[in-house]
Design a protein around this ligand. Structure first.
Ligand SMILES: Cc1ncc(COP(=O)(O)O)c(C=O)c1O
Length: 394
């Protein structure tokens, strides 16, 4: 009999409770507002053949060879103007390519978090970040948020209470709430992290998916030496290619490279070459408006349906971009109970409590995705959700 004992950290990787309850979502006929993935029709499928030919012509065997851990040089170069447009100043040598931004989060956990270290997160936060950090055994410090994201005074109070190893934030079109921190909050957080000398991980997968309003500079812009800026091409090219990247202050950059080397040596050279050609050929600029034209009306359909069908006592965010909105019902509502009732009617969403680092919060909240279903289906799903809520006596 196999005598394997698992590492103590393995217990921290406990099966994600969201995964467990979402298993039913793949049943035939289910309309899911639960997913967090891009619509397949947003992918530049027709372009892929040409990109593949271009990669083989331009790079030949190099695209199939081992490559530098830091990333494929033409992609790092192509990301310089991409980042500059977002007001992140970085040379190619300061950019590090990872297998998805998820890969960056894991590497940051690995090089920074010792068991018991405090990691400050928003309440609620991105569960994938918790999954990435959990094996390194942090103590989470949940910081209060409001409709404008993290509250700077609450962050400062947390920093005064205890030493914090790092802060993890999604300031733009946050997953799960869709909220965006306004300019003054970004500046306030930048000032706080500089004052306390603390590291911020700024995760920015969604800022390109802006449907209305003005783009905002990332916090990295205001405090470059205190922020690891993390982003991805998953939402604007193809998530299956696993192209994420970061810009990190010097010492952290060096250790990230060493950590990544031990994990996968480097991200797929071929996929990085595809990404380089996608950016260099100006295809992102061509594709992005098409992606926005798919998502914008879906978001509008969801907001209109919520207005039309939801009973009083419910409120929801109205994000200017991204893939999600966040709804909160009256005190005492249990959205996991609503979830199981909705599933019986072939409709699914994610109960919000799973996005909190500490148990017992967010019972009356839920995350709704509007990128995967078309407008008609979204209308049906929201109407069904409202009916289920009414039937449950709310
Ligand atoms: C906030 C956030 N960070 C990171 C990721 C992971 O993205 P990637 O595909 O680049 O690993 C996601 C994906 O949904 C996300 O919502």
């Amino acid at each position: 009999m196999l005598q394997t004992t698992f590492a103590t950290r393995t217990a921290k990787m406990q099966l994600n409770a969201i995964r467990e309850i979402l298993k039913v979502v793949n049943r035939p006929g289910m309309v899911s507002l639960a997913g967090g993935i891009p619509a397949p029709e947003s992918f530049p499928l027709a372009l892929m053949q040409d990109l593949t030919t271009t990669v083989l012509r331009n790079y030949g065997a190099t695209a199939l060879q081992y490559d530098a851990t830091e990333g494929f040089a033409p992609l790092r170069q192509a990301l310089v103007p991409h980042l500059a447009a977002k007001q992140v100043t970085a040379s190619a040598e300061e950019i590090l390519i990872f297998s998805g931004s998820q890969g960056v989060l894991d590497a940051l956990g690995k090089i920074l978090i010792s068991p018991g270290d405090a990691v400050a997160v928003e309440a609620p936060t991105y569960v994938g970040a918790l999954s990435a950090f959990n094996p390194y055994e942090p103590n989470y410090v949940q910081v209060e948020t409001d409709e404008q994201g993290i509250i700077p005074a609450a962050l400062e109070a947390a920093l005064q209470r205890q030493p914090i190893k790092m802060i993890y934030l999604v300031p733009t079109f946050q997953n799960p709430t869709g909220r965006t921190m306004p300019l003054d909050r970004r500046q306030a957080v930048a000032a706080i992290i500089q004052q306390y000398g603390v590291l911020l991980v700024e995760d920015d997968p969604y800022s390109d998916l802006r449907y209305t309003g003005q783009a905002l500079p990332p916090i990295k812009h205001f405090a470059p030496d205190h922020v690891v800026y993390v982003s991805t091409l998953s939402k604007t090219f193809a998530p299956g290619l696993r192209i994420g990247f970061c810009v990190a202050p010097g010492e952290i950059y060096r250790w990230l490279v060493i950590a990544k080397q031990g994990v996968d040596l480097h991200t797929s050279t071929f996929n990085q070459a595809l990404a380089a050609e996608y950016l260099n050929g100006g295809y992102l600029q061509q594709q992005l408006p098409k992606i926005l034209d798919i998502y914008r009306p879906r978001q509008q359909a969801m907001l209109a349906a919520l207005d039309r069908y939801m009973p009083t006592g419910f409120r929801w965010t109205e994000p200017e971009g991204g893939m999600f909105l966040w709804m909160e019902g009256p005190d005492g509502l249990d959205t996991e109970e609503i979830y199981w009732r909705a599933v019986e009617k072939q409709m699914a969403f994610v109960p919000g409590k799973f996005f909190f680092a500490e148990p017992g919060m967010g019972n009356a909240t839920m995350r709704l995705n509007y990128t995967m279903a078309n407008e008609q289906t979204i209308d049906w799903a929201v109407r069904t959700l409202a009916e289920v809520i009414e039937e449950a006596g709310r």
